[in-house]
Design a protein around this ligand. Structure first.
Ligand SMILES: [Mg+2]
Length: 377
């Protein structure tokens, strides 16, 4: 295929092993587990449209309801019309969140490189996994068995060398499927996929693709890069690469951190408690923001101070509960510790102050903002 001079070379890194885990009909399967009678009925997880005046959307439908054409994101009213005998069950998000946390614990037995997409979906980078398993397929099977053993829920997994293909693969065989797409098979796999499956090709883009005669990956592949960019902008640029098996996006996980802190040095040295408190306030604010940014909370606050004569004191205070990431509280405790430890060396001034939080843990799931159901209040 002729390459135009404007085309940047496409990088394809096949060294990673990425698994996309997608729980099968997650909310509906949890409800079936809690109440097995639902298994043989068309079950729709949504507020009953007869009680909401027709408002609301379907979060999940079980496999029986899907046979009537009901699917997630469909208006509940439409689901009722398609399947008048459907059972509508109001979502129990606290329960789903709890099960999701349980599944994440299982993920952590294999890797800490986990990128959650929703309660029921995550990418795992298992290139270097905790079980030293070389085969990602074996790992995926073990993971599925473990999830089943501990939750009695099934999931489907897609395995490949990048996120884009792994996600397509997890959708390939559902429920309880394992699909691996090896680098040498990626192109053939992608060319067969219908264009609707390419991420970013949504309701608005599909008709435009069809108008251009692009129905599958094959026809997408045949497009010139400049034409795709002209017709679809940045999405065109991305799709040109995706259909060639290129996607270098890393699995964006929260790195484990032992502590989060900020310190500042001063010249001239601080001479008064008022000055110290002003700077502790600023440090507390930065630490609280950083903690929130890293989605962590901690039980121990450490104050560090270094006097003008280089005498250094670190003093920690540990609480029984995790502290909220609140700048005012951090500042208050830091000021209290300061009053506790300050001594005659203060005459030489203070050249450094620091506040650090340790004893960290991930923020509870309920404090993390995940894109869920904007239509469902
Ligand atoms: Mg799912």
């Amino acid at each position: 295929m002729a390459q135009s001079i404007v085309e940047a070379p496409i990088r394809i890194d096949t060294s990673r092993k990425i698994i996309h885990v997608d729980m099968d009909a997650f909310y509906a399967s949890i409800e079936e587990r809690e109440n097995p009678a639902y298994k043989t009925q068309p079950l729709v997880i949504a507020h009953d449209p007869r009680q909401t005046g027709g408002r609301g959307v379907v979060t999940t439908a079980n496999y029986v309801a899907r046979q009537f054409g009901v699917h997630s994101a469909m208006p509940s009213q439409k689901a009722l019309e398609m399947c008048p005998q459907a059972v509508f069950k109001t979502p129990n998000f606290p329960l789903y969140r709890e099960v999701s946390a349980q599944i994440h614990q299982i993920f952590h037995e294999y890797t800490d490189m986990i990128e959650p997409i929703a309660f029921d979906e995550a990418y795992l980078d298992v290139t270097d996994n905790k079980k030293q398993l070389h085969s990602a397929v074996q790992l995926a099977h073990e993971l599925q068995r473990e999830i089943w053993r501990k939750t009695h829920l099934t999931c489907s997994t897609g395995i490949s060398y990048n996120k884009f293909i792994a996600k397509l693969a997890s959708d390939y065989r559902k429920p309880a499927g394992v699909t691996i797409v090896l680098p040498q098979d990626a192109e053939a796999f992608l060319l067969r996929e219908p264009i609707e499956k390419f991420r970013g090709v949504g309701k608005k883009t599909v008709p435009k693709m069809h108008d251009l005669g692009i129905m599958t990956g094959q026809e997408l592949y045949e497009q010139k890069e400049l034409d795709l960019i002209k017709n679809f902008g940045k999405l065109g640029y991305i799709l040109y690469r995706r259909v060639r098996g290129s996607d270098d996006r890393p699995v964006e996980y929260l790195r484990e951190r032992k502590s989060i802190g900020k310190e500042r040095t001063f010249g001239p040295f601080l001479q008064s408690t008022t000055e110290v408190n002003t700077h502790l306030k600023a440090l507390a604010k930065m630490v609280a923001e950083s903690m929130q940014g890293h989605q962590r909370h901690g039980k121990t606050l450490v104050l560090k101070l270094r006097y003008g004569d280089f005498v250094t004191i670190t003093k920690r205070r540990t609480f029984t509960e995790f502290l909220p990431n609140d700048a005012i509280q951090f500042d208050q405790y830091a000021e209290e510790i300061f009053e506790d430890v300050v001594d005659e060396h203060f005459d030489s001034g203070i050249r450094l102050l620091g506040i650090t939080m340790t004893g960290l843990a991930p923020l509870a799931f309920e404090n993390i903002t995940l894109p869920l159901y904007p239509n469902d209040n």
